[in-house]
Design a protein around this ligand. Structure first.
Ligand SMILES: [Zn+2]
Ligand SMILES: [Zn+2]
Ligand SMILES: [Zn+2]
Length: 239
């Protein structure tokens, strides 16, 4: 099978097998540094609930991978032409974007945009943003990756994308559409997610202290709500 250079960083993407909904399996190319997936076919692939659980497992395993910003322009891994920006509306609401090859070689989408496309993400209302901002200050925009200080802004200052989270109950709904694994219900998603992020960050700085790494005093990393949400969903669905 042909290696696929990442449309952004040009490193070879890793291949992962996922169960396809009607029959067989599909192999997708992923880059965890760029947080993106390359689809050789243009159409959105229908992955089974088992495949979606596998995807969350991968996000969980690569939670601490180094992230790099996407390059502009992105290049098609097959013909090296510039990828074109596309915008679409998800079946269950919400806009998502992707980058496609004009020669129909395929499309590149970020994990965050894929989650929106699959209906796993929902927009936070102002009260929920306030609640989350008591625990988490700066997050990374799911649309463009720019840092957003949610204590001040309720949308991304760069791309105007609203503040969204991966919602366990939305993941549950998507999975149960196919009568599959139950995700434990939580009525206090935002509070629980905020707590999970605080715990995780505390654990990270404890590990750093143990390893005697410098703490980068004063520099606050933007919290990736997608990665944190994927981690949170993973703790709910793993058995
Ligand atoms: Zn990459
Ligand atoms: Zn191409
Ligand atoms: Zn943005």
């Amino acid at each position: 099978m042909k290696p696929t250079p990442c449309p952004s960083c040009q490193q070879t993407m890793t291949k992962h097998r996922f169960e396809r909904l009607l029959h067989g399996e599909v192999i997708l190319d992923m880059c965890f540094s760029c947080q993106g997936i390359w689809f050789d076919e243009f159409e959105s692939v229908q992955i089974t609930p088992g495949g979606i659980v596998d995807l969350f497992k991968l996000l969980h395993e690569h939670h601490d991978d180094q992230r790099i910003p996407l390059r502009d322009p992105l290049k098609c891994p097959r013909c090296n032409e510039k990828l074109l920006h596309g915008l679409d509306v998800a079946k269950h609401g919400g806009q998502f974007n992707y980058h496609r090859c004009l020669q129909k070689h395929g499309r590149f989408t970020t994990f965050a945009q894929f989650m929106i496309e699959k209906g796993f993400v929902r927009q936070l209302n102002p009260a929920e943003i306030d609640e989350l901002s008591a625990k988490v200050g700066i997050i990374r925009c799911m649309g463009c990756g720019a840092p957003v200080d949610i204590r001040k802004d309720h949308a991304c200052g760069h791309c105007r994308a609203p503040i969204t989270i991966l919602e366990p109950s939305a993941v549950e709904q998507a999975l149960s559409r196919y009568q599959h694994a139950e995700v434990r219900r939580t009525t206090r998603d935002v509070e629980a997610l905020g707590d999970a992020i605080v715990m995780r960050e505390r654990e990270k700085s404890r590990q750093k202290r143990l390893k005697q790494e410098p703490e980068n005093a004063g520099i606050i990393d933007a919290i990736d709500l997608l990665a944190a949400g994927a981690e949170f969903v993973w703790t709910l669905i793993k058995r």
